[in-house]
Design a protein around this ligand. Structure first.
Ligand SMILES: [Cu+2]
Length: 164
């Protein structure tokens, strides 16, 4: 079972106890398969078709709780492939969302630090590894990406996506 992090907090909380049970490490082993029939629009865009990615952005994550770059600009409608490298020694992740969704998600992670999930808008990356997110930005505006491992967001592990 996956939780869409664009869901309101209440819905996410209602689901979270089931999630903790449903989410093992096994399902994270296989790379995500794009399935057009499962693409769900959100306020910040939707899962992109990897074959239609017109831009690749490499983002590095490090144990100093920073993303490099921490500020990216894309065009509305563009499908972007984020290649997310973990240069540190602990688990990091990149979660895309609206400012509000990221904030709510961070709160949820504080309450349920064991909660794991694998949605199209996030990549959990083990030390020394790389992960991918393919995302189509369908709305103009300012969005965020953040690492929601406990304490990381609070330490400033957050970046900005501007969609023009
Ligand atoms: Cu992190």
């Amino acid at each position: 079972m996956n939780i869409n992090c664009a869901f309101p907090l209440a819905a996410a909380l209602a689901l979270s106890s089931a999630l903790a049970l449903a989410h093992g490490d096994e399902e994270h082993a296989a790379p995500r398969k794009y399935d057009a029939s499962k693409v769900a629009p959100t306020d910040f865009g939707q899962e992109g078709n990897p074959e239609k990615a017109s831009k690749t952005i490499r983002v590095d994550m490090s144990d100093n709780m920073r993303f490099t770059p921490a500020d990216v600009t894309v065009k509305r409608g563009e499908t972007v492939k984020f290649v997310v490298h973990n240069d540190g020694k602990v688990l990091h992740e990149l979660v895309l969302g609206t400012k509000q969704a990221i904030k709510e998600h961070a709160e949820l992670m504080k309450k349920f630090p064991e909660m794991e999930h694998a949605d199209a808008n996030m990549a959990h990356v083990k030390p020394g590894k790389a992960g991918e997110i393919v995302w189509q930005f369908t709305r103009v505006g300012e969005f965020q990406f953040a690492c929601l491992q406990p304490g990381h967001f609070e330490a400033g592990m957050v970046g900005k996506v501007t969609v023009k």
